[in-house]
Design a protein around this ligand. Structure first.
Ligand SMILES: [Zn+2]
Ligand SMILES: [Zn+2]
Length: 142
């Protein structure tokens, strides 16, 4: 956890409150992912997520209460009491925070729709954010 002065921290928790975390308000980017994996993992039309390095996220309560789907390289981290998807561990130590679990408002909001190529047919995107067939091609600063 980086503790630089003025680095605002956001709280988040699962549905039942067993797991609580804090994360720096310093996300690399945020997007709405329409891929079939995110749709099924959330049961929703898309998953709004925000990317940050795992060292910026601290589990403050319920460390032992995670239900992990996946492996060391990539996993979805859920509360084993209520099933909430809190965040996913992805490549190179980054995490994708499921933004719906944030309690405090982040300064970032999703800027793109991604994997629109696998969007649910029954859902219509009604905003003007850029839509990408797959990932956004961008330089990803570490
Ligand atoms: Zn829970
Ligand atoms: Zn996805």
């Amino acid at each position: 956890m980086v503790q630089s002065p003025g680095n605002r921290r956001l709280r988040g928790n699962c549905l039942c409150g067993s797991i609580r975390y804090e994360v720096s308000d310093a996300f690399v980017f945020a997007a709405n992912c329409h891929c079939s994996a995110c749709r099924r993992a959330t049961g929703a039309a898309f998953k709004p997520f925000a990317r940050i390095h795992g060292k910026e996220l601290l589990v403050t309560q319920g460390e032992g209460n995670f239900l992990t789907f996946g492996n060391n390289q990539a996993s979805d981290e859920r509360c084993k009491t209520c099933g909430s998807l809190l965040f996913s561990r992805v490549e190179r130590g980054f995490v994708h925070v499921a933004m719906g679990t944030l309690v405090d408002s982040p300064s970032i909001s999703p800027t793109d729709h991604i994997f629109v190529g696998s969007k649910a047919s029954w859902f219509t995107i009604a905003d003007d954010l850029p839509q990408h067939h797959g990932h956004v091609e961008r330089a990803q600063p570490d």
